[in-house]
Design a protein around this ligand. Sequence first.
Ligand code: BTN
Length: 261
Amino acid sequence: MGKPETLSPDRIAKGPHARLVGHRVLVYPTAASTNDLAWSFSDRPDHSGLCVFAEEQTAGRGRQGRRWLSAKNQALLFSVLLLDCPAAAETLTLASAVAVADAIEEITSARLSIKWPNDVLLGGKKACGILTESRRLAGRPCFVIGIGLNVHQDRAFFESANLAATSLQLETGQTIDRNELAARLLNALDRRVEQTQTAPHLILTDWKRRNHQVGQRIGLCQGKQHFHGTCLGVDPAEGLIVQLDDGPIRLFAAAQTSILP
Ligand code: BTN
């Protein structure tokens, strides 16, 4: 494993420069899930934009009930709380994936792509997952965006956990400073979350530039049902647009859909 530097809120937080994300950062040595921790701060409106990091999670969760595994001090595991945010969960997930890609490209020359709905891939393998959760609180739309980005893990970690995934360090050979990466990531998230309200077309353009599924044949799974077709594009608020082999054009919402390998 790589060097176990610890995360420091002072090096990560954007402070008063933050528009929507990252004015305040909390770092916990351990948490069950940073998504749950972030929700626990939703009682005060001025907590919107708060970012909660953990050095390890004991019950990290992924999409569709999957677990999210990471060893202590090896990753960026954090969640952003957005209160009264007029966006769709799907749009926030796309914006977050683009923000992760922006930040990684600022400090590495990694070969990167985005796989719908929420994976950032390096060298074709998953290095980052995003779990956006939504609730209506006091009648207002609220979100937690949870991000798990593999930074220092070595091959032995992924092999022993039986995961077909990778880390930034494995793919680039670079020594990455997690505090610097986290600070850049919050900058990018601040900008991209604002764009969900001011310029969503820019998110879509930058998402498409890094996606290899549009124009390709794909298989999808919703519960026990499988679908095959050609991916035509993505609707930022509704999901993936697919021309089915045996019928109409259909929209697939991220919450209920997985891409078949
Ligand atoms: C996925 O690809 O299935 C999404 C994974 C999201 C993992 C992150 S780690 C930080 C945050 N806390 C969680 O429990 N999950 C998200």
